[in-house]
Design a binder for this molecule. Structure first.
Ligand code: HAM
Length: 429
């Protein structure tokens, strides 16, 4: 049998209802905070990710889907979206875009879409996965980091996701240089405990050893120096302001001095929102500040901060109920063949009213001409979880009536054709 590729899956009803609900709530929340949507291509020049995410990261070394096009150009399916957004921000001069950028140059963007990483699939980890996220471009103040955390908190509350926030800082170039030397000192002493890859990392990008998943390395690095003890005054102040905000808002958080991100572009604030309902893949959302990335892409130096959350993981962790979120659905059918046209007209009238009045209903007409018996219509309607059934026989048609049955209460009413839609809406809305 033909199968979807390993690590990917089809998403359809009823699960998709939860996805749609989560995406809608995220959109509402991001717009509430003044963010506007951006959609970037799902593939980009591979160098965009190499340069942003970092040549020595697992994402770039092991996880990217890289391919050549017919003109021998090398592209990658995007493993994340921050790099693409930075590319787009510079290319499209979004700093001057009046819809996403306020005077003074703060650009607020949000996105939803698929990302691709060649990882070992397991619950909460797939090869095509979906992220929603935001980027706030153009402010160095901790208030921007605070806005990020506040937005995630409000969004998670709206979809009933419970979390613990882990917060840290990876400092700036100043503090990181000092820390790097200390780490190299420490790691060189215990070089034999490091895996082969980490010995390589130690030469090329020593901070990456902190991201190693090999047990021997992890144990050895458990007592390594912590960046948080090496922060310069400005970075320390930045972290303290963010920390005092989460304390004031009583957000469930802890400082995790060993929080390691799998991407190289971070400076200062890094954070992860974790769930205890997810097993080993417990990061619901993650992000931080990236003050040097735009400059690295040859843009004006522009401090920025952002986050992304994995929708698959939000679906697993969210306590919202799928049924409650689904639209009111109505099944319209004829019970005598000569009523078919009458039923087509009713469906058309009802759908036009929904469009005019902005009503979100699901109006499904039985479009096979062969009439069904009432008992059959009712059993189909209950199997497919319709809320209301409208059925029309010769009697209804002659009397200019519309029969409506409420499937949850069992109540049945006969409405006058002239006012049936207003009455129906009164009942269901
Ligand atoms: P990330 O930590 O690589 O950060 O990914 C963010 C979130 O995406 C994770 O916390 C997780 O929920 C989800 N995720 C990552 N990989 C997978 C996977 N294989 N399967 C399912 N879900 C996954 C970033 O991507 C950064 N771009 C975040 C950011 C935005 N930083 C600043 N701005």
């Amino acid at each position: 049998m033909l199968q979807a590729p390993r690590g990917t899956k089809d998403i359809y009803s009823p699960e998709i209802i939860k996805w749609q609900h989560i995406e809608n709530k995220f959109k509402e929340c991001a717009e509430l905070y003044g963010y506007s949507e951006i959609r970037t291509p799902i593939f980009e020049d591979v160098n965009i990710f190499k340069r942003a995410v970092g040549e020595t990261t697992d994402i770039v070394q092991k996880e990217m889907y890289v391919f050549k096009d017919k003109k021998d150009r090398t592209f990658a399916l995007r493993p994340e979206n921050t790099a693409s957004i930075v590319r787009s921000y510079i290319q499209n001069k979004l700093v001057d875009n009046q819809y996403s950028t306020l005077p003074g140059g703060i650009t607020r963007l949000f996105y939803i879409g698929p990302m691709f990483r060649y990882e070992r699939p397991q619950s909460g980890r797939s090869r095509q996965f979906h992220q929603l996220g935001v980027e706030l471009i153009g402010l160095d103040e901790p208030q921007a980091d605070i806005e990020m955390i506040s937005l995630i908190k409000d969004f998670f509350c709206s979809i009933k996701v419970y979390y613990q926030l882990e917060l840290s800082s990876v400092g700036c170039e100043l503090c990181r240089d000092k820390y790097r030397d200390e780490l190299i000192n420490y790691a060189t002493k215990g070089k034999d405990s490091l895996c082969e890859l980490c010995s390589e990392r130690l030469k090329k990008n020593p901070l990456r050893i902190l991201d190693c998943k090999v047990n021997g390395c992890k144990d050895f690095l458990n007592s390594s120096p912590e960046i948080i003890d090496y922060l310069c005054d400005k970075c320390r102040y930045h972290l303290d302001v963010v920390k005092s905000y989460v304390e004031k808002r009583k957000i469930n958080f802890k400082i995790n001095p060993r929080l390691v991100r799998g991407l190289d572009y971070y400076t200062r604030t890094v954070f992860e929102f974790k769930s205890d309902r997810l097993g080993s893949q417990d990061a619901l959302a993650a992000g931080g500040r990236y003050n040097n990335l735009i400059e690295q892409f040859k843009g004006e130096p522009t401090p920025s901060v952002g986050f992304a959350a994995g929708i698959e993981r939000l679906v697993l962790a969210s306590q919202i109920n799928e049924e409650i979120q689904s639209r009111i659905s109505i099944y319209i059918s004829h019970i005598d063949e000569e009523c078919f046209e009458y039923v087509c007209d009713l469906s058309e009238e009802l759908r036009q009213s929904c469009i005019k009045k902005g009503l979100a209903l699901r109006v499904v007409q039985e479009i096979r001409k062969e009439p069904l018996k009432i008992s059959r219509i009712l059993s189909v309607a209950s199997k497919y979880k319709f809320h209301f059934v409208i059925f029309i026989g010769t009697k209804e048609m002659k009397d200019n009536k519309v029969s409506v049955k409420n499937l949850s209460s069992g109540e049945q009413i006969n409405l006058d054709r002239a006012i049936w839609i207003d009455k129906l809406i009164e009942i269901i809305v």
